[in-house]
Design a protein around this ligand. Sequence first.
Ligand code: SF4
Length: 313
Amino acid sequence: MEVNCHGCAGCCLDWRPLLEADDGSNRRRRARSAPHDGGAERERAFSERVPLGGSYNFVALTRGEIRTLLERGAAAALTPRFWTVAEEREGVEIGDRRVAAVAGRPVFFVGLRKPPKPVAPFGREEPTWLPTCVFLDPTTLQCRIHGSDRFPDECGTYPEQTLALGAETECERVETRFGGERLLERDHDDPDGLLFGPQALGAKLFCHPRPDELEGLLDRLERGEPSATDRAECIAVAAASSPGTVAVSKPHYERALERLEGDEPDGDAWIAPAIEEWHRRRDRTRAGEAIPDPELAAKIEDRRGAPETPGWE
Ligand code: SF4
């Protein structure tokens, strides 16, 4: 498996807005066009479930990874994703929607947030505000936690496992849209070890034990405005889940909530204020200001303590 990630980060951000906004003047190269068939549509067609919360290319984390981020005070990087379903046998009714469930308990992922950041991927000359992984440095387009013990397994195995499943990779979508060679070699292992099916329960796919309390949370997720309390609730349930079961340990849940409500350690305390600042800056652009240079990340992320990236040289 060999990929060319320099200047791309296509799997770390939602580049679909570029397709709608692009008038062709901001591209150095352009490959043949293809119908707009973004990841959310593919996800829907594949699973017949409509995601509620999260983002395009959502990086779903394991219970162990969630616990690690929680311990490092990086919970501000996390958000949940539920799904709505049409089939009665697949879900439970909560308010006026039916959400995917196992044994009557709504199921969800916990993954990484994508706040707006000014980025210029794929050889573009001008930056654009795009939903971008909280850990992606918009200047170097590199991951700030690559090689650390916080690096998600799902990112480390991408796009290998996607190829093993016979699905199209983000590398190929970027090549189709913007040209260049991203996927340099297609060899891959068999998809052993994927957390699909029953083994995902409690390990990557979590069950919420109190469906009756979720209506407001799901409303806010649908609007793209989950509160810190909503996110904390799902993170605590995930951290207190037991692999292979729908059980949630009450002591672990309460400990996780206490941890979430406590003081954040210095290490990853940059995350929450950086996310807020990116949103404020994006709103200023909406009010008429120019889109800032990606190097603004030095002030918003680096100076607050975000880990550096090595650069491409
Ligand atoms: S954790 Fe790193 S590799 Fe994974 S999506 Fe975020 S920036 Fe990309």
